[in-house]
Design a protein around this ligand. Sequence first.
Ligand code: SF4
Ligand code: SF4
Length: 80
Amino acid sequence: MNWRDTLKEEIRHLTIARRLRIRFDQNKCAGVWQCYEACPIGCWTPDLEARKAIFRDEGRCIACGACVLQCPQGAIELTT
Ligand code: SF4
Ligand code: SF4
């Protein structure tokens, strides 16, 4: 693959990622904070009293998928 094809492929992936949004089911959340620890942007806040995560800053999410992979409860999805 030459650099033009590589660049086109990267742009295609970024375009797809920009359309993805977090869907969070707080009822499934067990408050283990992996999402909070994994997110490179700081989109998650632990609610220590309720033992539930809070998703903030949707506009800053880069759709990297780290929180989705780390959540043991399957409480987080990336969807279009
Ligand atoms: S990783 Fe999943 S279960 Fe743990 S706090 Fe985050 S959303 Fe809740
Ligand atoms: S997808 Fe990535 S940037 Fe978005 S909330 Fe999850 S860990 Fe953070």
